[in-house]
Every structure is written in C-alpha cells, then in structure tokens.
Design a protein around this ligand. Structure first.
Ligand SMILES: [Zn+2]
Length: 538
C-alpha cells in the first residue's frame, strides 16, 4: 500500500501529466511560418531590429527574437531585410487591352518581383465607375497580390456628362454624387481626379470639391493627376490643396514632378505650398515614381485639350480643317519646346502603337530620320498629328530633372507609387515605361544604397507604412502582431531594378521572398504559383 505521501505524489504526477499532455495534444501549432533571423524594418521608419516573424494563417502573430517554430515552415532570413509588403497607391492595373489587366493576367510577376503586395487602381480620374462589380471580378480572378480601387472623377463625368466642355447641370451633378456615393459604399478608397485629361479637365473646381466631399464623408481620400505639371504647376498644387481644404478630406498630389526644363526647380515652391497647407491643418501629401521621364498617350501628352473636346471623331474632323490643324500644330510645337516634349523630338519615345508595333522604342526624332525627314520640332509636331490620326500611341517623355526628383523624394510627406502603365505588362511586348518593373527596387537600389537620398527605414516607410496609413489600411503596411501577413524579404546589398528605358522587360533583382496574406507567392526569387491576393475594400 502506498503511503499518504506517496499517494499524493502519484496524484500530483498524474495531474501534471494530464495538464502537461492534454493541452499539447489539442493545441494547434503556434505558427504556420516563421521568418527567422532577419533584420526587421517594420514600416514605421524606426531603425531595423533583429527578430523572427511568426505567421499563423493570414496574420502576423509574433515579431520577436527566439521564436520556436515547432512544425512551422521556416524561412531563413539571416543577413536579409524583412519588411512589410510594399503598397502601390497609383497603378493602372484596372485598365489594359486584350485582357492585360490584373483580371486577365493575375500572376502580377512584375509587382511581386519588386516586393509589391498591394496595388490600388483607377487613378488619374480614369478606370472604374462600378467599383463593386470590379472588385467582385478581382476576387474571382484570384490575383497573386491584393487589389483595391479608387473611383475616377473623369470616368464618372464621362458616364454622366460625356466628353464635352461644359458645366454639369444640377441634375447631372446629383447623378455624379450618386455614382461616387455608390462606389464608396462598394469599397473605393477615394476619388481620383485627372484634371489634365479629357473630360476631367472640363470640370470647374467647385464640381471636383463637391464630389471630393462625397468621398471624404465616407472616409475616402482625394488623389490628383493635376491640371498642369509644367508652367502652371504651382496653381495646380494650390488647386489640389484647395480640393482637400474645401472638400474636407485628405488630398494627394500624385506622381509629383516638374515637367519641362524651363520649369525645373519649381519643386522648391510646390513643397513649400504643401508644408504651408499642412501647417494650417490641411492633410496634403504626395506620391512619386523614381524616374526622370513620364508616360502617357501621345494625344493626352501633346495634343491641346481644346482639340480633344467631344471625343475622337470630333477631334479628327477638326484636324481636317486647315485653320484648326494649324493651331493644333502650333500648340504641339509649344508642348515639345517647353512641356512634356523636353525641348527635343529625341526626348519623346513611343512606347506602344497598336497600329504599327514596329514604332515601339523609337523617338520622334528617330521616326523622322527613318522616313528621311528633317529632325525639327515643327516636323515632329506634324508626325504627332499623323500618329494621332492613325490611332495614337503611348509614349515616354524625358523632361524631368534629377534635382527635383530627389528634392520631392526627400520630403517626409512623399510616398512611393509606380504609376505603372495601363495593364499588367506582358513580358517582351512593346517598350513600356520601366516603372512597371522597377519602381520599388529602384528606390532601394539607387536612392537608398547608391545615392543615400533615403535611409532604408525611411524608404520602407514611404513604400509600406505611409501608403497603408493614407489608404486607411490599418491592418497592413507595418510588421507587428495582429497585422495581415504581407511580407517582403530582400537583400539590401544587391536589390536593384534592371528595367531600363531601352530594355524595360527585365524583372528586379534581390527580392528573395514575398508573402501575401500568409502564403508564399515568391520564393527564392521565383513565383510559387500561389495566388493569395484579395480584393481590398475601404
Ligand atoms: Zn497620371
């Protein structure tokens, strides 16, 4: 017979075994994935720290040293940077010909290979009016990365007022309010405007303020491709600030740049305007891509807006009239001399022409030479009109200075965004702007490592924490327990963009792994085939 003491001891042991074993058998593993030993740059701008990142399902559940991975998948990040996935607040993923948008081409390899885990489409006033229907299609397409959307003012105006140059009637304004209200209730992140483009350019500021207020009342922001980024850029920044100030919502100068050599240096004043507005309480911010060339259609970029009024057929009819044609040519000459043309037909390079793919990659100067014509600005203007008559092209405009670019990048209220061209680039097709492939890796390689314009931590803040906060994505953009597990792992010593203006179809290097919603979408620098992205709604 055991003694009393022995009996209690046995009981205690049995209880201990019970309490020790039962929970272990029923307790699920703490982590599905542990990213071990990396330098965590958490997206807040704070200095990096050594920690493991534990992920369970789609959520970061631990960020600290010495995590026991148990049976979890371990990703060795020794010597590498572990950061929140990058968020691109200006991407044309919603558009594109021949199914080249995110729905037709959901692998998003160009995004993943630069560490981007979220893109927001319908910028510049374009894209979707029916945001709910679009996001349902995104969900059905199972993209590799997360996709959200603005509602575009130009698209809304086009649907209600058309392409004409006139003020909206009170009934039309109410209809436009309704469309913005619906889009916001369906998950849009705010109102994008493209006051540079037809038909957004025909809207008086009051209309824009009115519709921005509708978006703001539902928690949205305003993001503007401004009326002018050249001679009148200061007035346009004032307008963008006014839309935020009078509309009562956060406002953002998108892809901020100073176009045209005669205007270089004006970023000193544009940034001062932003600082002054912030000092009086306007929530005004900026986004930017790290290149000294812009890209848009040759029509949008060089043909005066008055000539585009009423749509393409009306414009073509105007060009058949001798007097009108002469005025259009004169305006294009001015645009090449002082605006997007960069002062030289060699600075305008065709990116894609559906009616003659062989033109892609050639400058206006080169096309003139190929055709045995003199390379002059008036001849280049004639060529532009011919191109527009044939069906148009997209083009790249080398007309931005590095000094302005760096000054804007350093500003604390500037975040990084790609403005990637319409569609998801099809590898090898056309000669698009390299920003679709390189933007985020270029910031890390050129502006952090080579030029030391930004610290690594500041760059990651501008690419993750800051855009997430701006969009109201409060569960992404920072690496912390409770956040959604969007993570990028890269080598800070080797990360670089390889896409150039001459050869844009080159993926970035140095991004070794990307996790989207807790699943590896990129591993050892290659796509895994997983497509864990989601439609994001505000
Ligand atoms: Zn734009």
């Amino acid at each position: 017979m055991p003694t009393r003491v022995q009996r209690s001891l046995l009981l205690a042991m049995a209880l201990a075994a019970f309490t020790w074993q039962v929970p272990i058998r029923s307790q699920p593993a703490a982590f599905d994935m542990v990213i071990r030993g990396g330098r965590v740059v958490d997206g807040t701008g704070n200095p990096w720290f050594l920690a493991d990142v534990g992920i369970k399902a789609d959520t970061v559940v631990a960020v600290r040293r010495g995590l026991d991975p148990g049976s979890a998948r371990v990703i060795d990040a020794a010597g590498l940077v572990v950061a929140p996935g990058f968020i691109d607040v200006h991407s044309h993923v919603e558009a594109g010909d021949e199914g080249q948008d995110m729905i037709g081409n959901p692998a998003a390899e160009n995004n993943l290979r630069q560490g981007v885990t979220t893109v927001i489409g319908s910028p510049d006033g374009g894209g979707n009016v029916q945001v709910g229907a679009y996001l349902a299609k995104v969900t059905a397409a199972k993209p590799a990365i997360n996709v959200g959307s603005f509602v575009g003012h130009g698209a809304v105006r086009g649907a209600v007022v058309g392409q004409g140059n006139r003020v909206a009637t009170p009934e039309e304004l109410e209809q436009m309010r309704g469309l913005v209200r619906t889009a916001m209730s369906e998950g849009a992140f705010g109102l994008s405007t493209g006051l540079f483009y037809v038909p957004g350019n025909y809207a008086p500021l009051d209309e824009v303020v009115d519709l921005a207020r509708v978006a703001g009342e539902r928690g949205g922001i305003h993001q503007s491709h401004m009326r002018d980024e050249a001679a009148h850029v200061l007035d346009s920044v004032r307008d963008t600030i006014a839309i935020g100030e009078r509309g009562g919502l956060p406002t953002q100068v998108t892809h901020h740049k100073i176009i045209g050599k005669v205007n270089w240096g004006k970023s000193v004043d544009t940034l001062r305007l932003i600082d002054e507005s912030r000092a009086r309480g306007v929530d005004a911010t900026i986004d930017q891509y790290p290149y000294t060339a812009s890209s848009t259609s040759i029509q949008g970029g060089l043909v005066p807006q008055w000539a585009q009024e009423g749509g393409r057929e009306k414009m073509l009819a105007g060009l058949r009239d001798e007097t009108t044609r002469g005025k259009v040519l004169a305006a294009i000459v001015t645009a090449i001399e002082t605006d997007r043309g960069g002062g030289d037909p060699g600075n305008v390079v065709l990116a894609a022409c559906a009616w003659d793919p062989s033109l892609a990659g050639k400058s206006l100067a080169q096309v003139l030479r190929d055709r045995g014509r003199p390379v002059t600005i008036p001849r280049a203007a004639e060529l532009v009109v011919e191109i527009v008559e044939k069906g148009g092209c997209s083009a790249i405009y080398h007309a931005i200075s590095e000094d302005d670019l760096v000054r804007i990048m350093k500003h604390p209220a500037t975040m990084i965004a790609s403005d990637a061209a319409p569609g998801v680039p099809v590898f090898g097709k056309n000669v698009p702007h390299p920003r679709a492939y390189g933007t985020f890796a270029r910031v890390l390689g050129v502006y952090v490592r080579e030029k030391a314009v930004l610290t690594l931590e500041e760059a990651v803040r501008k690419m993750a924490g800051f855009p997430a906060q701006r969009l109201g994505l409060m569960d992404r953009g920072v690496l912390r327990p409770g956040m959604k597990a969007d993570v990028v792992i890269f080598n800070a010593a080797t990360v670089k963009d390889r896409a150039t203006f001459e050869k844009p179809h080159q993926y970035a290097e140095g991004i070794s792994a990307v996790v989207v919603n807790g699943q590896l979408a990129l591993s050892d620098g290659r796509l895994t085939g997983e497509r864990p992205g989601r439609a994001l709604r505000r």
